[in-house]
Design a protein around this ligand. Structure first.
Ligand code: BGC
Length: 758
């Protein structure tokens, strides 16, 4: 009976979907029958609103193009007034009144700014990450935006690449979990609701593997590395139902993504079953000319035929597709397919029912920066912070006495917002100084001195401003200012019981077009830190930055180091929560922190090589002048308490086929305060048909334990956890021995062996 009920339910939902799709198809067929070829091509054109127009006036060009049906979507419009003005023209004056699709880079929040994605991933908290995307959607959709260019799921193993800040780090398993959580958060269960927005997973594909960590640079990679290490998070986003995909700027197997038929059609649609639409990255079609693929007409035709549906900004489609059609280089079917996909997205978002449904002046006032949203932002910022070092229990600090906050980032709200907050983030942002005052209360005296500029490297200072914004003011006589700033800092430090040095990176040194060859703390800031340490007072180093940094000197010389990342609106309050011990830090790194730039790329899930490192044998894989090991490995992060792991107990040592293995450890909180531990499960397949990584993350669990409390942690393992893409790109497992690792980070693990036969 139960089964019959279930089948009926299944049938009704199937029919419902068929019905909805049927209705949509009829509507779009009817619409497309009336559209001219030019209008269809117009739907494939994603424009800006005319160069961030002032007031509510729209740039001359834009209204004309909308009126003529030559714009399908608008990106990053600066206000709801502008969006409304554009929509008015589209639905009242354009030939078939087709609404405009409004997209924006809502990356880590809209008005309530969350930590940068790399930071959020360090919380390993999928429920909170999903909630951040939910809130972002709630706030953005109230303001006219129904489409976000997020999540970015590019695996990154090179911290020189500034965009490492925008993803979830180096691990495909964790990256896939984050991708799914973000898509669920943005899209919910029903895209047509007025508070859910369409996601756009990016940058498809392999953008994070740019050679030398230089943005927009060439990528060259074997297929097995692609399938096993780089593609899984994109696939996870497709499986989670992302409505759209953005191409990347780079080559994939020699062909730029936007013109890559294998990538956009064979893999994405035929193998993975993606049904939404593909948009290029910013002018990526035009950039194919520089890649050496031909002139604008050629590359535009190539992109369309490859499976690109929408052209961001470059207007290659708008200006050449008709000509290509007339010359027989593309077919009307090619145009129809792309146009249908764009119209389907608009239909699913409910824009044909009510083009103004996402422009809600009332909700724009009530739904943004709410106490609940800010509370979540603080919670996730707090949980994203990673304690890197804490000798002699210097942390947590007491809520009494005098704290000197010193450093160019200590009182900066701007630098904790991140490079993608330009469109929103208009609420108050809490700097570290603000946070210590708020959370510390009246019994703490908080002093501040800047201490130094961010950099004395003239090239870096000049390149600092993103998106053409004015740079930071540098003093005309920097030598004097330096001395004065340092003097003031030391006078301030003298009055304090403890020094909190807030150093790191300007927010514009990470993100797009922000690659760096030196990822250490800038010399001028280091000089300040050395002077502060020389005072003999306790010094806590708080890092505000968007990438793993090289911190060997700091690690050797500073007692306490906190990786606070770029924490968003509530950054300072989050730092204070940790510094005062109101929250016991639980974040763990999702990217390796190298000892030096010379070790890059450095990542935990590397292969063994034929000559694994042996300190006593010169002819093994190592450096003459440095260890191979990172400073802080993937998965690393300390707590104010300590955890002890028992040895691993396996339910069996010999398994067959579909049997299930359970791996158990007992975790004990051996310290004096309650704390959360992220217990990590890794597996190694030491002998297979292709060389496999030394270990791969397969699961994790976040566990709260009271002091002295013990808990058994069970991980179920099946052959699904053993599968990989072999040299024929078949996803399967191979029988043999496996090593199971469980521990507190990728380096510090217990191990147990198991044999698994078919
Ligand atoms: C970036 C994308 C972004 C797009 C639109 C590009 O330069 O690579 O990540 O979504 O601009 O702003």
């Amino acid at each position: 009976m139960k089964r019959l009920g279930f089948l009926l339910l299944l049938l009704t939902s199937f029919l419902k979907i068929q019905g909805q799709d049927g209705k949509m198809n009829l509507f779009i067929n009817d619409l497309m029958n009336k559209m001219t070829i030019e209008e269809k091509i117009g739907q494939l054109n994603l424009n800006n609103s005319g160069g961030f127009v002032t007031g509510s006036t729209v740039n001359e060009q834009t209204p004309r193009k909308i009126r003529e049906g030559k714009i399908g979507g608008i990106i990053n419009a600066s206000s709801m007034d502008i969006m409304k003005a554009c929509m008015d023209i589209a639905v009242k004056e354009s030939p078939h009144h087709i609404p405009i699709l409004f997209g924006m880079d809502v990356i880590n929040g809209f008005q309530t700014i969350f930590p940068i994605p790399l930071a959020m991933s360090c919380s390993w908290d999928m429920a909170l990450i999903e909630k951040s995307a939910r809130i972002a959607a709630q706030e953005a959709t109230a303001n006219g935006i129904e489409w976000t260019y997020s999540p970015m799921v590019d695996i990154a193993r090179d911290p020189r690449w500034g965009r490492i800040a925008e993803g979830a780090g180096e691990d495909p398993f964790l990256g896939s979990q984050v991708a799914k959580a973000m898509i669920r958060g943005y899209q919910g269960n029903d895209l047509s609701l007025n508070n859910t927005m369409m996601a756009c997973v990016k940058h498809f594909a392999l953008y994070g593997a740019a050679e030398a960590g230089r943005d927009y640079n060439t990528v060259d990679m074997s297929k097995v590395t692609m399938y096993n290490d780089y593609l899984p998070p994109y696939k996870a986003a497709i499986d989670a139902g992302t409505g759209s995909v953005m191409t990347s700027f780079n080559l994939v197997d020699g062909i730029p993504s936007s013109g890559n038929h294998w990538l956009l059609t064979e893999l994405l649609r035929n193998q993975w079953g993606f049904k939404g639409f593909v948009v290029t990255d910013y002018t990526a079609i035009n950039e194919m000319i520089n890649h050496g693929m031909g002139d604008l007409q050629t590359v535009s035709a190539l992109a369309l035929k490859a499976g690109t549906d929408m052209d961001m900004i470059g207007e290659g489609f708008l200006s050449t597709l008709k000509k290509s059609l007339d010359e027989g280089k593309i077919t009307i079917k090619d145009i129809d397919i792309a146009c249908r996909r764009v119209l389907e997205a608009k239909y699913k978002l409910g824009l044909f029912d009510d083009p103004y449904r996402y422009m809600n002046a009332e909700r724009a006032k009530t739904d943004v920066l709410t106490p609940e949203n800010l509370k979540t932002a603080q919670e996730i910022a707090t949980r994203s912070i990673v304690l890197l070092k804490n000798d002699n229990h210097i942390l947590p600090l007491k809520k009494s006495g005098t704290i000197a906050v010193i450093g160019p980032l200590g009182n900066s709200g701007k630098d904790v917002k991140g490079s993608w907050s330009f469109a929103g983030g208009q609420g108050k942002v809490f700097s570290v100084v603000d946070g210590l005052k708020n959370i510390g209360g009246n019994s703490v005296n908080v002093l501040y001195a800047k201490g130094s500029e961010l950099t004395d490297n003239p090239i870096l200072a000049k390149n600092e401003a993103p998106f053409g914004m004015p740079g930071r003011k540098q003093s005309s006589d920097s030598a004097i200012t330096c001395r004065e700033l340092l003097k003031e800092a030391l006078l301030t430090a003298d009055k304090a019981d403890v020094i909190v040095a807030v150093l790191g990176e300007s927010s514009s040194w990470t993100g797009e077009a922000s690659s760096m060859t030196d990822i250490g703390i800038q010399k001028i800031q280091q000089k300040l830190l050395k002077a502060l340490l020389a005072t003999g007072k306790p010094v806590v180093l708080v890092l505000i930055n968007g990438r793993p940094m090289t911190l060997a000197w700091e690690n050797a010389n500073v007692s306490a180091i906190l990786e606070a990342w770029i924490g968003g609106t509530e950054a300072g309050n989050a730092v204070a929560n940790i510094l005062f011990g109101d929250y016991n830090p639980s974040g763990k790194l999702t990217t390796t922190f190298p000892l030096s730039v010379g070790q890059i790329p450095l990542y935990y899930n590397h292969k063994n090589t034929g000559r694994p490192m042996d300190p006593n044998n010169k002819f093994t894989s190592k450096y003459l002048d440095s260890s191979n090991d990172p400073l802080y490995p993937f998965g690393y992060g300390l707590s104010y308490t300590t955890f002890e792991y028992s040895d691993i107990k396996l339910s069996k040592n010999q398994l067959k086929g579909d049997e299930k293995l359970t791996a158990l450890v007992t975790l004990t909180n051996t310290g004096k305060v309650a704390g959360e531990e992220i217990v990590q499960l890794y597996i190694q397949d030491p002998a297979a048909s292709i060389s496999r990584p030394v270990k791969e993350l397969k699961n994790f669990r976040k566990i709260l334990l009271q002091p002295g409390e013990k808990k058994d942690i069970n991980f179920d393992i099946t052959v699904n956890d053993l599968k990989f893409y072999n040299s024929e790109l078949k996803f399967d497992w191979e029988p043999g021995d496996f090593i199971i690792y469980i521990g507190s980070n990728s380096r510090n693990v217990k191990s147990a062996g198991v044999n698994w036969i078919k």
